[in-house]
Design a protein around this ligand. Structure first.
Ligand SMILES: Cc1cc2nc3c(=O)[nH]c(=O)nc-3n(C[C@H](O)[C@H](O)[C@H](O)COP(=O)(O)OP(=O)(O)OC[C@H]3O[C@@H](n4cnc5c(N)ncnc54)[C@H](O)[C@@H]3O)c2cc1C
Length: 558
């Protein structure tokens, strides 16, 4: 079955829905495709909040500077300036759409402190901010009448003869029917790739599909080595304990009850940026001052009333998955994979180097987060750059002539999927996926070095070979989750190799990327982004300079 639109949006998280609304408001016909029902997108899991310099005592320049410093000077400053300038209007717009932000005693929007920020500029709804935002945007999507394909899985992009992206192929997961969407512009808003690592704070659906789809179509992936390890994740299942705990005043303690951030970040303490805190924790653990492979997060001094008002979800998570009641006990936590700062390279309009292809949200790299994202800047990125990508894609679609449709592509894709289904019993995908994730966590984690990175690369190449013998357990058509998992694993193996290639190429330590064998930041050679291009033999690497507008790199102290 085939459908025609001006703009096709792949992904119905915050970035995808904001982009779709913008494209429709610009007068385009729009369709949005999502492998899950829109409100199940990972944006739903965001707890802590969304940043903006709304307070009179704050300024967009201060927000921008904190973001540049947080990025360890790898963020593109033109994009960061836009992010910070457009933030206040984006928050007010969300409020007007119906997001009931938490308020202070005076009835004004309340804000909380977040790591690496010089002002309390994180706006929030309790500790379920993402859910509040996602549901309100979904209401807007329903109201708009935009054609929504839920539980449809996109497998690849379609090109016109002139090389311009002109749609996508995929399958209706409910029926197993193959589908083609033809469009004058395509926006990828497919979210993160957390599940390339095991464990991760990310939902099981965060498998980086859009990044891999764009990469295979020829778009470069930028700064993929920049993987954020969040300082507070649960040992049992990797679930996130939001930064809002530290924002509200939590302490991090080692086995001797010492607030060890004293030595690393005497001013910001627990609210230094995430890369700094994760490294400090890992050092405590590695040097034997941890507790059973963890350190402790302690909020007891906040008192039961504040914990119940500000951190109810986090308390429930710790109770359920760590058996610790935060009101009476410290919670064991450790650094865990949380966010991919890199992604599909775009300009500030969300345009990728491939004509007709745009990207926004976590799958994109604009780049506003550089080598380390500040907490609560990601939700902001989804709405600011989601809107910009929607507007730019609409403008592109309006100028572009009709798109030629080639139904034969649908037959080709169908044949490939049928071949995959027909493979005889072979290697089980779940075990391979686990092996990939653990290799990444152990060898491409908080601390890295050439030797272990090369070992990871060799192991991944071997896993890629083994993947050719993976079989799909379920041969049926209806809701074939086994088939979807195999397609996702295929994408993730490409991305894992791109992360390792970037980590090997970048011979310095910057932000989340700490090379034990190159312990210093090297501004003379590495004020540059890495770019990975897909080739059949593995990633081909290039670099390009960082955009600097007004802040020259200096030493980063918290
Ligand atoms: C636990 C957790 C807490 C967080 N807390 C915060 C926070 O407090 N503040 C903050 O700023 N950031 C936070 N983040 C980060 C932030 O939530 C995400 O980066 C952001 O929500 C990503 O939004 P998105 O729209 O790009 O993608 P997502 O919300 O992940 O949506 C991706 C969409 O793409 C679709 N999709 C993917 N692949 C396909 C495919 N092949 N075919 C069809 N559809 C597809 C999915 O169905 C989904 O609709 C948190 C992240 C996590 C994991």
């Amino acid at each position: 079955m085939a459908e025609d639109y001006d703009v096709l949006v792949v992904g119905a998280g915050l970035a995808g829905m904001r982009a779709a609304l913008a494209a429709q408001q610009a007068g385009c016909t729009v369709a949005i495709v999502s492998k899950v029902y829109p409100v199940r997108s990972h944006s739903n899991a965001a707890q802590g909040g969304i940043n903006a310099a709304l307070d009179e005592a704050d300024s967009w320049e201060s927000h921008a500077y904190d973001t540049v410093k947080g990025s360890d000077y790898l963020g593109d400053q033109d994009a960061i300036e836009l992010l910070a300038r457009e933030a206040p209007a984006a928050i007010i717009e969300l409020e007007h759409m119906g997001v009931v932000f938490s308020r202070d005693e005076q009835g004004r929007l309340g804000s909380r402190n977040f790591g690496g920020a010089s002002h309390a500029r994180t706006y929030f709804v309790g500790d379920f901010t993402g859910q509040a935002l996602l549901h309100v945007l979904y209401e807007q999507l329903v109201r708009s009448g935009i054609m929504t394909f839920s539980e449809h899985f996109v497998t690849r992009l379609v090109h016109d003869d002139d090389g311009r992206v002109s749609g996508a192929l995929g399958l209706d997961m409910r029926s197993g029917e193959r589908r083609m969407w033809t469009a004058k512009a395509v926006i990828l808003a497919t979210g993160g790739m957390g599940r390339v690592y095991e464990p991760s704070t990310n939902a099981l659906i965060c498998t980086g599909d859009g990044m891999a789809i764009a990469y295979r179509a020829g778009a470069p992936l930028m700064d993929m080595e920049m993987v954020q390890f969040h300082p507070t994740t649960l040992k049992s299942n990797g679930a996130l304990i939001s930064e809002s705990a530290r924002g509200e005043g939590a302490y991090l303690l080692n086995r001797d009850g010492e607030r060890f951030m004293q030595t690393t970040a005497p001013h910001a303490m627990e609210l230094a940026s995430r890369d700094v805190v994760s490294r400090a924790e890992q050092i405590e653990i590695n040097e034997g001052r941890g507790v059973d492979g963890c350190v402790l997060l302690d909020v007891r001094h906040l008192g039961a009333a504040k914990i119940m008002e500000r951190l109810p979800q986090i308390r429930a998570l710790a109770l359920e998955f760590a058996g610790a009641d935060m009101i009476t006990d410290p919670v064991p936590i450790r650094p865990g994979m949380h966010y991919e700062m890199g992604g599909i390279k775009t300009d500030v309009h969300g345009a990728t180097p491939l004509p007709g292809l745009f990207a926004a949200g976590e799958c994109a790299c604009v780049s506003v987060h550089g080598a380390n994202r500040l907490g609560a800047n990601s939700l902001l990125e989804t709405v600011v750059f989601g809107r910009r990508a929607g507007e730019a894609a609409a403008a592109y679609a309006t100028e572009r002539g009709p798109v030629r449709r080639s139904p034969s592509l649908l037959d080709d894709e169908s044949r490939l999927l049928n071949l995959l289904l027909a493979r005889p019993d072979g290697i089980r995908p779940a075990a391979l996926r686990q092996e990939m994730g653990q290799t990444m966590t152990v060898d491409v984690g908080v601390f890295r070095q050439a030797e272990t990175l090369r070992a990871a690369q060799a192991a991944l190449v071997e896993m890629r070979e083994r993947f050719a013998r993976v079989s799909v357990g379920d041969k049926g058509r209806v809701f074939n989750q086994a088939l979807v998992s195999v397609l996702e694993l295929d994408f993730m193996l490409d991305l894992a190799l791109a992360v390792v290639a970037g980590a090997l190429a970048r011979e310095e330590s910057r932000g989340a990327h700490t090379r034990v064998d190159f312990p210093r930041r090297d501004d003379a050679h590495w004020m540059r982004h890495t770019l990975a291009f897909h080739t059949p033999g593995g990633p081909r690497m290039e670099t390009m300079p960082v955009a600097v507008t007004r802040w020259q790199p200096t030493e980063r102290v918290y």
